[in-house]
Design a binder for this molecule. Sequence first.
Ligand code: UD2
Ligand code: MN
Length: 587
Amino acid sequence: MPRLKSLRCFIILLALSVAICCFLGYILWNDDPIAGLNHGPRFHMKSRYRLGEEFDNLNVSDHGDIYKEEVLFDLAQIKTKKDQEIHDAGYHQHAFNVLVSDKLSFTRPLPDVRNKVCKDKHYPDHLPNVSVVICFFNEAFSALIRTVHSVYHRSPKHLIHEVILVDDFSDDDELEWRLKKYLSLNLPGVKVIRSHERQGLIRARMFGAHKATGEVLVFLDSHCEVNVDWLEPMLARISENRKNVVVPIIDIINADTFIYEASPLVKGGFNWGMHYRWDPISASTHASTHAEPIQSPTMAGGLFAMNREYFHELGEYDPGMDIWGGENLEISFRIWQCGGRLEIIPCSRVGHIFRKRRPYNSPGGDSFMKNSLRVVHTWMDEYKKYFFNVRPEAEKTTYGNISDRLALRKKLGCKSFKWYLDNVYPEQNIPDTNGEGRKGNMMAQLIRKDIVIKRKGLLKHMGSGLCVDSEGDIHEKRTLLRLAVCNLSSGSRKQTWYETQDKEFRLANVLCLDIQSEEKHGFARLMKCGSFGSQEWVWNTKDGVSQLFNPASGMCLTTNTVEPGSYLSLSVCSNSRLLNFDILEVP
Ligand code: UD2
Ligand code: MN
């Protein structure tokens, strides 16, 4: 009997020690990723693979190298039915290439696009700490997590007081549980708060700011990647004066390929339709080092840092604004008119996925119009007439009660809009007719002002020996493209393609080869150049044959038959001869 008892004791002890060993092993293995991420080792594979099946589709190994363009194009390629589903659902729900996003490391290296002066700069040791507030509504899991990792990965640990994710009542249940599970295992320090109903990004940010306790608030969109030393230069400027509100340069993460591209140094402006626009920096400022803060009349809105108490003193945001839009001009005017300064910090760089459309609904109607009306009536005095000239329908639109905001303006003793225009934005044009003045500039347009032609020639379809030709006039938008007998002799404009540095094919250097992938099984047409995704063609050359790959759709250019008159479309890239093209160069 006593022997049996001691055997039982032994078994219990054995089981206990096994359990303790397992537990210790788990703790040691699961080393705190936050600590590890700050300038330390990269977030490593084993803790990710431990996550189980649901994360298997994430290729989370960090190559240690910047993803080359070829690699990104390969990731964009649709190879299976599942790829196609992820691709299509991703564009539908998020308006960017989730197929690529899901395959990239959460801590992928980025090109350090700062200039030399910035790279050599040193910042004070003592800087204020920050609460990073990231609001999201139905964001793609991988893009959101990459945003958070990049913050931990590229910020000095002691400066990150907290990261607050504000879930603006997303209705994507899968996102919610994946996020919960991932954060609890990998980034347990991140705080997630959820609004009780959809607030829109403006009230969601206020909600986040109210929970924050760091010295400085940093707002980011939920699809960003911060770059090397992004934080220190902004904080250094705020510590010089708490009323400095600072913005990084917003670099471009290509929504189709995830290529990280440096943005030019530009300032924030606006047009009289209350659209934000990028303005060139005057030659005199430009001649300086490109490393000093540059005063900016407005901010784009998504990415900025501001002393937390000053954010509250200055009236946070207008809580009467809904879903999206206008808050960036409102806070910009308020900062300047009420005694602050708004600056771009060229040494701070943050990448942002710029999308062609907003992929979510706006309950309650056109929030941009309503919000803009609140801005013009609160801040623009007699200059609001220019807005109504441009948007006459605004006269009939209701915008709620703004008496609290007018009271705030009075309480803070803010200056007039005329003062703002004279002193902060003298280059703004004041229309004397009903004209809108200069149109808004898309960031992309500023970048792509030079068209560099790489090659000129006929685009030959190798499977048929025919050439790509326009069915109708080369100046006519939406003209279909089709195969025709190659016209080598006369240098026909209908067959002469100009291949540009930006990977477009321009027929006769006028319109671009374009396939709208939303139109299922759509045909190739001529469209106005500058649409990016649907006009980007990358040569895929293997075993002596070359194909034209379109990263946005993940597919290759093809033709249905080898007969003259056959239209061109997209198909999954394969070894089929129907997909082989080449350029026959002509002088
Ligand atoms: C730009 C700003 C954006 C905001 C907007 C004007 C940049 C890079 N982005 O538009 O931050 O200032 O102009 O309002 O400057 N979101 C919510 N709830 C919603 C809708 C959106 O939380 O109801 C989130 C969304 O997930 C994202 C952020 O708000 O993280 C900004 O939305 P966006 O990315 O659609 O705006 P964007 O970049 O077109
Ligand atoms: Mn955004």
